[in-house]
Design a protein around this ligand. Structure first.
Ligand code: ZN
Length: 162
């Protein structure tokens, strides 16, 4: 068992288990020994999904989300394709009132940005510009609607039971 089991997929700096992101470049860390042992933690399972060819280069903005929940949904979609990502509060919204809410930028390594934008259906030119968050792609909206419908059903149950 090594003291620094986590590696940055961007710059290959080793980190202790207490770190989640690279101190140098902010990339989500992956387990160094990707070997035959079965995934033991969720983080380990996530790390295993990351494809090295999508984890190279500086972080680039691949898209935007309207809030943290939507951003995490996007992160999950990207990870399914092997693309690691980092969420950052959109500039101008990084004040305390917006810590929980507010739009997020989704950053991915340079080598994964083309695939990420394809996945998120963001036109390259539009994503390059510092544009305000745009409507999410249909796939995402469908997933969000499913969540809203569930929340609505729960609210209905709560109000009608009490
Ligand atoms: Zn790094």
């Amino acid at each position: 068992m090594t003291e620094l089991p986590l590696l940055c997929p961007g710059c290959a700096t080793a980190h202790p288990l207490s770190e989640r992101f690279c101190r140098r470049c902010g990339m989500p860390l992956v387990f160094a020994g990707v070997d035959s042992e079965s995934p033991v933690t969720e983080r380990h399972a996530r790390a295993r999904k990351i494809r090295p060819e999508y984890a190279r280069g500086p972080l680039v903005r691949a898209g935007a989300a309207r809030n943290q929940a939507e951003a995490e949904l996007i992160q999950g979609m990207l990870l399914e394709e092997g693309i690691p990502s980092l969420l950052k509060r959109t500039r101008g919204f990084d004040v305390p009132d917006f810590l929980a809410a507010g739009p997020r930028d989704v950053l991915v390594p340079q080598s994964g940005v083309a695939t990420a934008r394809e996945l998120l259906a963001v036109p390259d030119a539009a994503a390059e510009a510092e544009a305000p968050p745009r409507p999410a792609p249909l796939r995402l909206i469908a997933a969000l609607l499913a969540g809203v419908a569930l929340a609505g059903a729960l609210a209905w149950v709560v109000t009608n039971v009490t």
